[in-house]
Write a protein that binds this ligand. Structure first.
Ligand code: CP
Length: 306
């Protein structure tokens, strides 16, 4: 059974095909309005979400399917001690496909190993968030028209930022992509991501704490939130939380066509004054996420038939 746990589960060709499908959905929504008639998506969210859960649900509804699920661990039998493996087996009796978010790294893989239906990882702890990456990639494609020959700056929490890990893994597969890793010393990209995605493949990258110095060279700036929920020590969070705040003044030295992305939610790391800047693409990114999730649901349900 084909599931999506890590963005690297999809080949570059499969991502290209998902982008083609998403663009066709954007152009011809009526063509897809009944594609998932009588199919059910189960959204199993053991951790809070606005965009990912609701965009999966909107995606399935726009494909003519229906949705069941829960939005917190406390409203499921996980609160009584049920395992992820048993939950996946049970939901396989009710639904055709699962989208699951869980605070523990590896939980989506356990679900996929036990489910009888496709499982989509909607975020597992600080590990991966592959469908956010699909949203990011469609946004880059629509804004820049290419994935190659780009300098990508990633700024903020690169240690726990699962969206960052998935995006680096995805974009390091394209030609002449350079990365600028901008973070406080305490929140640097983990070695396991750096070694596998960058060092191991000879990809050019620099690490810095200085966003303003990096700004002029960037084609894409991917801002991220410093995530309070990942810190064991609240004092460390309070010390680091406002490390980077993007303002119109800081954007003065950026390229006129730089693309500003953020997986959202934001707290304080992008001033609302930046929202009016034509380079701000983070709300377009939200909408693109729904189209890519529609394309992904179609693909996995089609493969499950075989
Ligand atoms: N980007 C993202 O995963 O947002 P949510 O936490 O609201 O789903």
């Amino acid at each position: 059974m084909r599931s999506l746990i890590d963005i690297l589960d999809l080949s570059v060709e499969e991502i290209d095909a998902l982008i083609v499908t998403a663009c066709d959905i954007i152009a011809n929504p009526d063509k897809y309005a009944e594609c998932c008639k009588r199919k059910k998506l189960a959204t199993l969210f053991f951790e809070p979400s606005t965009r990912t859960r609701l965009s999966f649900e909107a995606a399935m509804l726009e494909l003519g399917g229906s949705v069941i699920g829960f939005s917190s661990a406390n409203s499921s039998s996980a609160a009584k001690g049920e395992s992820v493996a048993d939950t996946a087996k049970v939901i396989s009796c009710y639904a055709d496909i699962i989208a699951m978010r869980h605070p523990k790294e590896g939980a989506a893989l356990v679900a996929a190993q036990n489910a009888e239906i496709p499982v989509i990882n909607a975020g597992d702890g600080g590990h991966c968030h592959p469908t956010q990456t699909l949203a990011d990639l469609l946004t880059v494609y629509r804004e820049k028209g290419r994935f190659s020959n780009l300098t990508v700056g990633l700024c903020g929490d690169l240690k726990f930022g699962r969206t960052v890990h998935s995006l680096i893994n995805a974009m390091s597969r394209y030609d002449n992509v350079k990365f600028v890793l901008i973070s406080p010393e305490e929140l640097k990209l983990p070695s396991y991501v750096k070694n596998a995605a960058l060092k191991g493949k000879g990809i050019e990258y620099v690490q810095t704490t200085d966003l303003e110095a990096a700004m002029p060279g960037l084609d894409i700036l991917y801002m991220t939130r410093i995530q309070q929920e990942r810190f064991a020590d609240i004092d460390e969070y309070l010390r680091l939380k406002d490390s980077y705040i993007l303002t119109p003044e800081k954007l003065a030295s950026a390229k006129p066509d730089m693309c500003i992305l953020h997986p959202l939610p934001r707290v304080n790391e992008i001033s609302v004054k930046v929202d009016a800047d034509p380079r701000a693409c983070y709300f377009k990114q939200v909408l693109n996420g729904k189209f890519m999730r529609m394309a992904l649901i179609l693909k996995l349900l089609e493969e499950a038939k075989r």
